[in-house]
Design a protein around this ligand. Structure first.
Ligand SMILES: Cc1cc2nc3c(=O)[nH]c(=O)nc-3n(C[C@H](O)[C@H](O)[C@H](O)COP(=O)(O)OP(=O)(O)OC[C@H]3O[C@@H](n4cnc5c(N)ncnc54)[C@H](O)[C@@H]3O)c2cc1C
Length: 485
């Protein structure tokens, strides 16, 4: 089956999924006011794949079927393939200002990374590969959940209340049965399938084995429930232009509850195997591909915040001031840093054990660790530039109200008429001040793991010896020289 249209995607969401929010079960995410606009945003991404001007840039012909499929499923065999894939991701990320972090390409690329090394999944290798082909050929949307509920982080999961974290409670001829919860699944309301994979370290003991699994099932599987945080869509807003990002890009985050969920054997990828769970990324080499995807997201986001900063500063002529130029230069640095690291990762890409061209990891690790701080700073810069003007803008609907003469006169800026200024400052407010902006900052801080432990991982895997040797050599030569004096 070829790439889906937005319509086909929306139709696929009309199933028996259990999405709970605000104390009620949503009957249809496509029409519910809290979800409809973001569902449409995903649909728009799917429609982009069909635009004649984008078709070639966003799709490729699948091996085997020859059908056009999304480029996020390509297994790169050259640096050009990597660049093509990055350009495809960038098109989707630009369309969402980098604010839809879990757009379908994120897990498409993760899954493709796993599939490229599917032999690493041992007796489940065929399951993994077949699932990859299924996802690619059906152009499905996936969500994922990795982390156990945040109950007690001082003890390993197997030493905690046995009824909380998702675990295997039995095996049957048909599959494994899972009960318990996982903490976050972003995009759950708009996904067709959910990945349930490991992330935190697991002890290789019989007690921890029930928590050591990986699988993927439809979101509408019986017994699966998603309990979502309240929406950041402003349901009472007079105009979507008042919250231009929140109104259409709330990805939704939900806790996942498994109530005796049957996972068919053909969808199991890891079974009671802590070693496989702990070594998943090392064995498959998937992480540099995932980082390549989200660094592209970060580039799009940095460009968006930079453009916004330029426009806000220009509107009130503050870009004349040196310290304002300093802040705008910071936004330029964030953008160019992301761009440079991405390009470096591609320039130094190399084939992995499976002969898949893999971006160099270190430049991408650097983006991963530094971008959260950059994004928080970018929000601070927009707040500093917009200042009181960010709260001194009315609803966009005032452009048609009886006080329009006042609005037209008093809300103008040196380089923007009132209408343009309201539009721009509402966008800036939504990007840097609103609850949507707060959730974006939290997302950047945590979406790829806890920064504290990530920093520890980076330190552990970095090749430090060469640099320490240089220090030793320098000291040896200094000592030798000082002895000769
Ligand atoms: C907006 C958003 C969207 C997300 N979307 C997804 C998603 O789609 N899928 C998904 O699987 N996950 C998702 N996550 C979850 C994300 O994976 C986790 O937030 C991240 O891994 C950190 O885990 P935690 O939140 O449980 O924090 P915790 O592990 O509870 O950490 C909280 C604090 O305690 C400290 N701490 C806790 N335990 C330790 C320890 N053992 N050693 C050192 N320090 C410790 C941490 O440093 C941190 O400061 C999302 C998170 C956010 C915020």
């Amino acid at each position: 089956m070829p790439i889906r249209t937005g319509r086909a995607f929306l139709d696929s969401l009309r199933d028996d999924r259990q999405i709970w929010i605000d104390g009620e079960r949503v009957t249809n995410v496509v029409t519910d006011r809290r979800f409809a606009a973001a569902a449409q945003s995903v649909a728009d991404l799917y429609d982009m794949q069909h635009e004649p001007a984008l078709l070639e840039r966003m799709t490729y012909r699948a091996p085997g079927s020859g059908d056009r499929v999304g480029l996020s499923f390509i297994q790169p065999h050259s640096i050009d393939d990597l660049i093509r894939r990055r350009e495809m991701v960038k098109i989707w990320m630009d369309a969402t200002c980098g604010m839809f972090g879990r757009s379908p390409d994120f897990l498409n690329i993760t899954l493709t990374g796993f599939a490229s090394a599917h032999q690493a999944f041992g007796r489940f290798a065929d399951n993994l590969w077949n699932y990859y082909v299924y996802a690619r050929e059906n152009d499905i949307v996936m969500t994922h959940t990795l982390v156990n509920p945040q109950v007690d982080r001082s003890r390993p999961v197997e030493q905690q209340d046995k009824d909380l974290a998702a675990r295997i409670v039995k095996e049957t001829d048909a599959g494994i049965v899972v009960t318990g919860a996982r903490m976050v699944s972003t995009l759950c309301a708009y996904a067709n399938d959910i990945w349930v994979m490991p992330s935190t370290y697991l002890a290789n003991t019989p007690e921890a084995a029930p928590y050591a699994f990986g699988f993927c099932i439809p979101v509408a599987t019986p017994g699966l429930r998603f309990i979502c945080r309240p929406s950041v869509v402003h349901l009472e807003a007079a105009s979507p232009m008042d919250y231009p990002l929140s109104s259409r890009l709330d990805e939704t985050d939900g806790m996942v509850v498994f109530d005796n969920v049957l996972v068919p054997w053909e969808r199991v990828f890891i079974h009671r195997d802590a070693e496989m769970c702990n070594g998943l990324y090392n064995r498959t080499g998937a992480m540099p591909h995932v980082m390549h995807q989200f660094s592209t997201k970060n580039l799009a986001k940095a460009e968006f915040m930079m453009g916004l900063g330029f426009a806000v500063a220009k509107s009130t002529n503050i870009d004349q001031h040196l310290h304002v130029q300093n802040m705008l230069a910071e936004l330029i640095q964030f953008t160019e840093f992301c761009r440079a690291c991405l390009r470096a990762s591609e320039a130094d890409a190399a084939p992995n054990a499976q002969r898949v061209i893999t971006p160099a990891a270190m430049p991408l690790w650097t983006v991963r660790m530094m971008f959260p701080k950059m994004f928080v700073r970018a929000c601070e810069i927009i707040q500093t530039l917009g200042a009181g003007g960010l709260v001194s803008v009315p609803s966009f609907t005032e452009t048609g109200s009886t006080v329009w003469p006042d609005v037209e006169r008093y809300f103008q800026a040196a380089n923007a008429d009132s209408r343009s200024r309201i539009r721009l400052f509402r966008l800036a407010f939504d990007a840097a001040v609103s609850s949507f902006a707060g959730r974006q900052q939290l997302y950047e801080r945590y979406y790829s793991g806890d920064p504290v432990r990530l920093a520890g991982s980076l330190y552990s895997l970095y090749d430090r010896n060469e640099y320490m040797q240089r220090i030793s050599q320098l000291l040896d030569s200094l000592e030798a020289r000082s002895a000769a004096i």
